[in-house]
Write a protein that binds this ligand. Structure first.
Ligand SMILES: [Zn+2]
Length: 181
């Protein structure tokens, strides 16, 4: 019985004699990874059990990774994708939203982003355990009161282009980076 001999990253069939490594995928357990995909596997948080100090099987964030860093990663993923363009489009008609970025209940690798206006709100999830997965819409609704309290902790704001920035808008909603003149 041999497992499926293909690279867990690129899906390519492993050729006879090709060097591979087995990485622990946080979601799928041990997977073969071809030589070309090792850097990518490591960026995705896959762990090489042969590497010194590897924490195999631990899904928790690394000790050095503060919650704030997780939120920053989630925000930059959001900003790079289609969801930010959706927010930009909504901002053109609805103005500046309230924004909340926080951990999703019961899912340690997921960050929940809530963008709300007076009469509508949208919620996206960012899966930090799967770098290739774009921000996915979780829910939307019409009244902010529908949101649970943790989703109404407005700890971020949105600027031009639907780009989210962590940190509550200070007083007069500063627009950093916008040239004046
Ligand atoms: Zn590969």
């Amino acid at each position: 019985m041999s497992p499926d001999e293909s690279c867990g990253i690129c899906g390519r069939t492993i050729l006879a004699g090709e060097r591979t490594r087995t990485y622990m995928s946080p979601k799928n357990g041990p997977r073969l990874v071809c030589e070309l995909c090792r850097a990518r596997a490591e960026r995705l948080g896959w762990v090489d059990p042969a590497a010194p100090g590897a924490n195999v099987g631990k899904r928790h964030p690394q000790p050095g990774e503060a919650p704030h860093t997780r939120l920053e990663r989630a925000v930059s993923r959001f900003n790079a994708g289609e969801a930010a363009r959706t927010v930009a489009g909504l901002m053109r008609s609805l103005g500046e939203p309230w924004v909340s970025v926080g951990a999703a209940a019961g899912s340690p690798s997921e960050v929940r982003i809530t963008v709300a206006w007076e009469l509508s709100w949208y919620q996206w999830g960012i899966d930090l355990g799967d770098e290739l997965r774009p921000a996915f819409q979780i829910d939307k609704g019409n009244e902010v009161e529908q949101l649970d309290r943790s989703a109404r902790q407005w700890n971020a704001s949105a600027i031009e282009g639907g780009q989210l920035v962590l940190g509550a808008p200070a007083g007069g909603r500063e627009r950093n980076g916008e040239a004046v003149g």
